[in-house]
Design a protein around this ligand. Structure first.
Ligand SMILES: Cc1cc2nc3c(=O)[nH]c(=O)nc-3n(C[C@H](O)[C@H](O)[C@H](O)COP(=O)(O)OP(=O)(O)OC[C@H]3O[C@@H](n4cnc5c(N)ncnc54)[C@H](O)[C@@H]3O)c2cc1C
Length: 394
């Protein structure tokens, strides 16, 4: 017998929403609890590049019609492929680190990308009535016949057979479940992301670009951006870029990385003052209100740790394996979790004891590999070092 009470999902990020979609299509009841008030509560900012593995996982979950809509919304960028440039001289760099995983199978060698906001909206289609907004999950209690999520206002969710923590890097479910073994380290590195009108990117041409400035003694600064030809001449379209740097190079005032707008924009502009004229418009023409900082974090670099399995609670996405932006595999790994857990639940016809153990066993293998890969690339690219015993956690 399977349990027909709803599976409880904390957070409405991409991992949670893809799992919700999977459950919806399998006819398994679920409820999603999201702390924000709506999809647009905070800037949804950046663009995600998708690997073959990520796309396979998404396609395995979505019905054919939704998959076509998703695929149609994805940008397909060809041009130079993934090219690195010296940001100051404007020259192409011979020895650049190209994440091969990001050349996707369906794209005919093109890089596939989509904004996080569009991805969430497509995954959520048909699930809207089962999403409860303004529900800040702070923990859970395992009951005699199930589990309940506990919210910041002291109230509780209905009882469900399973709670899935998908609330990202600050996941309280992950902390409680693993008794603190799941850690997220502050690498000390900070980033910003911003947007500018598509016309400001014309000097780059089509492609995915990594602009690298290593002229600073305190460390390098890089920018990654994706220039899509089909939208280049549309004045209503803005393209985004993501900037990162060695620890200490990008600094938010008082290390307050929640600051958005002009302060973040000014810092990005000052760091790129000496950059080649081809790249400067990305920062000079910036839409200031969209500029934001972000903290570069990473979960345990040696891999997803073990914790005593709790049959009624598990974790997906950044809650269990957050990664640095190096390699661009965080979201790609998150959607694999949703596809895997969704498939196991479908095969069982709903929740059955043992599902979290089977899911965690498989997830630990590919997620540990992904964290290790992202971390080792980040060590080379922007000089972060994590000591699992002593480094600060968030
Ligand atoms: C600038 C940047 C660029 C990136 N580029 C790429 C890329 O190119 N490719 C790639 O694969 N990955 C990339 N990533 C990583 C990717 O964004 C993450 O791995 C992915 O979003 C993780 O999804 P998630 O659903 O696990 O978590 P999130 O997307 O963080 O979603 C968590 C959700 O939970 C909600 N929440 C948080 N706390 C609570 C709470 N207590 N209660 C209820 N709800 C809560 C949040 O509001 C959010 O909606 C990038 C990340 C950044 C910051």
């Amino acid at each position: 017998m399977t349990d027909r009470k709803p599976i409880l999902i904390a957070g409405a990020g991409i991992a949670s929403l893809l799992l919700a979609q999977s459950l919806r299509l399998s006819g398994i009841p679920y409820r999603v609890f999201e702390r924000d008030a709506s999809f647009v509560f905070r800037a949804q900012g950046y663009r995600l590049r998708l690997s073959s593995e990520g796309l396979d996982a998404i396609q395995a979950v979505l019905d054919p019609e939704t998959w076509q809509r998703f695929w149609g919304t994805c940008g397909k960028t060809g041009g130079l492929g993934f090219a690195s440039f010296n940001a100051v001289t404007g020259e192409q760099i011979e020895h650049h680190l190209v994440p091969p995983a990001l050349v996707s199978r369906q794209g005919g060698g093109k890089t596939i990308g989509i904004s996080r906001g569009d991805m969430r909206r497509i995954f959520a289609q048909g699930c809207e009535d089962n999403i409860e907004w303004g529900k800040h999950v702070t923990g859970y209690e395992v009951t005699e016949d199930g589990v309940q999520a506990i919210f910041a206002d002291g109230t509780r969710s209905v009882e469900g057979p399973l709670l899935v923590g998908g609330e990202g890097i600050y996941s309280k479910v992950a902390k409680q479940l693993s008794e603190g073994k799941l850690k997220v380290y502050d690498t000390g590195a900070r980033g910003t992301h911003g947007q500018a009108p598509s016309a400001s990117f014309k000097g780059l041409g089509e492609g995915v670009f990594r602009l690298l400035d290593d002229t600073r003694p305190e460390g390098s600064v890089f920018v990654i951006t994706n220039v899509r030809p089909e939208e280049m001449d549309d004045p209503s379209v803005s393209f985004g870029w993501t900037m990162g740097g060695h620890p200490g190079v990008i600094r938010a005032p008082n290390d307050d990385y929640t600051i958005v707008g002009r302060t973040a924009a000014d810092i990005a502009r000052s760091l790129t003052q000496k950059w080649h004229p081809r790249f400067r418009p990305l920062f000079e023409d910036m839409n200031e209100s969209e500029a934001a900082f972000w903290k570069i974090t990473c979960s345990t670099p040696s891999g997803v740790p073990d914790w005593p399995n709790q049959p009624r609670v598990t974790v997906i996405g950044d809650s269990v394996h957050s990664m640095t932006p190096a390699g661009g595999i965080g979201a790609n790994t998150a959607v694999r979790d949703s596809a895997l857990l969704g498939r196991l639940l479908r095969e069982d016809g709903g929740y059955k004891a043992g599902v979290t153990e089977r899911y965690e066993k498989e997830m630990r293998i590919y997620a540990s590999e992904a964290v290790r890969e992202s971390y080792s690339t980040a060590v080379k690219q922007f000089g972060i070092v994590i000591d699992e015993e002593t480094s600060l956690t968030v």
